[in-house]
Ligand binder design. Structure first.
Ligand SMILES: NC(=O)c1ccc[n+]([C@@H]2O[C@H](COP(=O)([O-])OP(=O)(O)OC[C@H]3O[C@@H](n4cnc5c(N)ncnc54)[C@H](OP(=O)(O)O)[C@@H]3O)[C@@H](O)[C@H]2O)c1
Length: 334
């Protein structure tokens, strides 16, 4: 795409949209103009972009005219309505919602893993689910050196993964709980303060949650391994930022923990922090605000042949959403 670009950010007042503006500014994305759009019902009138404040416009069909690229940080139903309009107006759309991820012909991209898929785009490129992004960053190098036979993952996902209303809910409930006031739940089915909820998104017919199904299907699509056995339990935890995964990978061939550290540490975007005897491993607090996917607690899983356990942590708003979307946008530049 010719630069500089006229860029729109839809959902600019949400936690992902605000982070997108921040990442674009930090990385000096070559934009001639940036327009911020949201529902028109919110009370936020401007959003920060570098040293400037951008006015927030209402997302309408007309607002999408005259743009080369639109980054969508909206929910699936809003994306389903407006992404095709943006594309019909000549823009490329990079969508963070689940709306188009599994559609044939829509690349689902993590640049370090499958950048080439972008060349197949016909207007829409999908950004994967946040937990899936940090998982495939670890699975890809392991697949390349040793082959993957089966993946078992449990997630520990922060409330910012649900959006701005959930961040507020954890803040309010924590305050209420500490002073013995009644706890009011609006976003989650149970209190999230001082609690863990094994239920993210709706429950599918097979008993998995949609979040768990996303991790299974999106991983297979990104890695181009349509039969890969993957099983997941996704849990919301009372943490503001960053998701953690307890990841168990059964490999086709033997890979020692030391070799796994070397392989993973050499992969772009992945960093090893692993000296458990000295309490060195990533945590959600230590990874928040960073761009990397951090891996620690790498050890053998002796319950299977060629098994490895590891602990994988990344900032869901950065690599899990905004940064990944901006990296996709960068792949489209001439
Ligand atoms: N949070 C994460 O870690 C994460 C990671 C990966 C993917 N995602 C996906 O990214 C998308 C955004 O998530 P989020 O966490 O940023 O949610 P959020 O904080 O709730 O923000 C939602 C945004 O959508 C806007 N919006 C709502 N209804 C709209 C409408 N009818 N027309 C135009 N804009 C509308 C909101 O604007 P108002 O302020 O005007 O209401 C707000 O800017 C979702 O699809 C989510 O699944 C999120």
């Amino acid at each position: 795409m010719k630069q500089p670009l006229r860029v729109g950010v839809a959902g600019a007042t949400g936690v992902v949209g605000l982070e997108m503006l921040s990442v674009m500014s930090e990385r000096a994305f070559p934009a001639e103009s940036v327009r911020a759009m949201a529902s028109g019902r919110g009370d936020v009138r401007t959003v920060p972009f570098g040293s400037r404040d951008l006015p927030v416009e209402e997302l309408t069909a007309d607002a999408l005219l005259g743009l080369d690229m639109v980054l969508f940080a909206t929910g699936a139903s809003v994306s389903r309505e407006f992404v095709p309009l943006a594309v019909a107006n000549g823009a490329v759309a990079i969508d963070n919602s689940r709306a188009f991820r599994m559609e044939d012909g829509v690349p689902l991209v993590v640049p370090e893993v499958n950048a080439k898929a972008v060349s197949r785009q016909t207007g829409i490129i999908a950004n994967p689910n946040c937990s899936t992004i940090q998982m495939v960053l670890v699975l890809k190098p392991l697949q390349d050196v040793a082959g993957i036979k089966r993946v078992v993952v449990s997630t520990y996902q922060s409330v910012s993964g649900t959006g701005k209303a959930a961040v507020e809910e954890l803040r309010e409930q924590s305050g209420s709980a500490l002073v013995g006031e009644a706890i009011i739940s609006r976003v989650y089915p149970h209190p999230i303060a001082f609690n863990c909820i094994p239920h993210i998104d709706v429950i599918d017919e097979d008993g998995n949650t949609r979040e768990e199904t996303k991790m299974i299907l999106e991983t297979r699509k990104i890695l181009e391994l349509p039969e890969l056995p993957v099983t997941a339990t996704c849990v919301r935890v009372p943490v503001f930022h960053s998701h953690a995964l307890a990841l168990c990978v059964e490999l086709d061939s033997e890979l020692s923990p030391d070799d796994a550290r070397r392989v993973l540490g050499g992969f772009p975007g992945v960093r090893i922090l692993d000296d458990a005897s000295d309490a060195v491993y990533p945590t959600q607090l230590s990874s928040s605000g960073t761009d990397e996917t951090w891996v620690g607690r790498i050890r053998r899983d002796t319950s299977v042949t060629n098994g490895l356990w590891m602990w994988v942590v990344a900032d869901n708003l950065r690599k899990g959403a905004a940064l990944n979307a901006v990296q996709i946008a960068e792949l489209l530049l001439d």
